[in-house]
Design a protein around this ligand. Structure first.
Ligand code: F6R
Length: 364
């Protein structure tokens, strides 16, 4: 089943152009997202949605954090994203017109399922799920469902499930935004970015050899710091999670603007700093954060698009295609997956089955 690949994780990373294309298949027609893909009555529910509560765990939670930026930016609808193990034990205030949205690859994660069951007793407008397993408990308990079509994910570290979740959430964010009056130009541009994604991902996968070589720099390291801003902050969080899960290198992610508020004290030549950034309105701010890192002797690795790379003082700059505000966090995720994969392989850890972890967390 592995074919030409040494591990399931690598195979699944390389399946992403197809998994993303499958997740988009039949969901866009004539440049428009088909509302009925979310379920019957979706048209009315989108119009009635006045807030969104996103609940998930781990990598799926990171997808939710990205979606939070999209939902507020494009739809102008207030959105929170929260881990299920916290949500289920507090008393959230649910305002009228709030949509409850769970994200789960397996559809069986204990905390997420428990949160969903609790949500049934709260005055939500509706319960929606983004999920990869059609017959799962979370799908059965949700009124609206948008399936990711990643196919089976065997590697414990989530890769193609995450990027297809982002695609499903982008479809949802754009459809909601349209219902709330997003203008033609931004809407059509967003849809086009999604349609171009499979090609862009295939392009980024060609960086495999370059990243494999870069991974050698990390073999003897004990710590790493990931930085991003905006939608790229959760991308940095996901990059750090991947690295710690499979290579056992301690990694942390920070919103770059928080550097001065503490973590800058950690930066020295033994703490590699990984920055991810598209060319967006935050880029100048991020660049000055990165200069602070360099000024303290930090070794910086930057994954940025061409337009940003110019004049960037870093140990290594990896160039990504410019893909637009919606596609960018998906594109930027790919090289970070490849980086953790190659670091782990070079450190000799069990990539597909990291110690102490299970693929599906069905107990609390
Ligand atoms: C990390 C990873 C986990 C899962 C989390 C939620 O690579 O796979 O953090 O994302 O356990 O699982 P699902 O999405 O099945 O609810």
């Amino acid at each position: 089943e592995l074919g030409e690949y040494a591990h399931y994780m690598l195979k699944e990373i390389h399946e992403q152009p197809v998994a993303v294309a499958d997740t988009l298949e039949g969901r866009i027609a004539g440049g428009k997202i088909l509302t009925q893909i979310f379920g019957v009555d979706a048209e009315r529910l989108l119009a009635d949605t006045q807030a969104v509560h996103i609940i998930a765990c781990g990598t799926s939670y990171h997808a939710g954090l990205v979606a939070r930026y999209w939902i507020e930016q494009l739809a102008g609808v207030p959105c929170t994203a929260e881990i299920a193990s916290e949500y289920r034990y507090r008393d959230p205030v649910v305002r009228e017109g709030t949509l409850f949205l769970t994200i789960s690859q397996s559809g069986e994660t204990a905390d997420t399922l428990a949160a969903l069951k609790l949500a049934k007793e709260r005055p939500y407008l509706a319960r929606m799920a983004v999920c990869n397993v059609p017959e799962s408990s979370i799908v059965r308990e949700s009124a609206l469902v948008l399936m990711t079509r990643a196919g089976p994910e065997i590697g414990v570290a989530s890769t193609k499930a995450f990027t297809t979740q982002l695609v499903a959430l982008a479809l949802f964010s754009l459809a909601l935004a349209r219902a709330k009056g997003l203008d033609d130009e931004r809407y059509s541009d967003g849809v086009r970015q999604l349609e171009r994604l499979p090609g862009h991902i295939a392009e980024v996968l060609k960086l495999d050899e370059e990243i494999k070589e870069l991974a050698e720099q990390f073999i003897g390291k004990h710590h790493a710091l990931f930085l991003g801003r905006g939608t790229h902050w959760p991308v940095a969080m996901e990059g750090a999670l991947k690295l710690k899960e499979i290579s056992y290198i301690h990694a942390e992610a920070y919103a770059a603007g928080e550097l001065k508020h503490g973590p800058l004290a950690l930066v020295d030549e033994d703490m590699p700093v990984i920055a991810v950034a598209p060319n967006d309105r935050l880029i100048d701010k991020l660049k000055s954060n990165l200069e602070e890192v360099r000024a303290r002797g930090g070794v910086l690795y930057a994954f940025v698009d061409e337009t940003v790379a110019h004049g960037l003082d870093a140990a290594r700059v990896v160039i990504l295609p410019a893909s637009g505000e919606i596609a960018a966090p998906i594109i930027s995720t790919i090289p970070l997956q490849l980086l953790s994969y190659h670091v782990a392989v070079q450190r000799g850890t069990d990539v597909d089955q990291p110690r102490n972890l299970a693929k599906s967390v069905t107990v609390e």
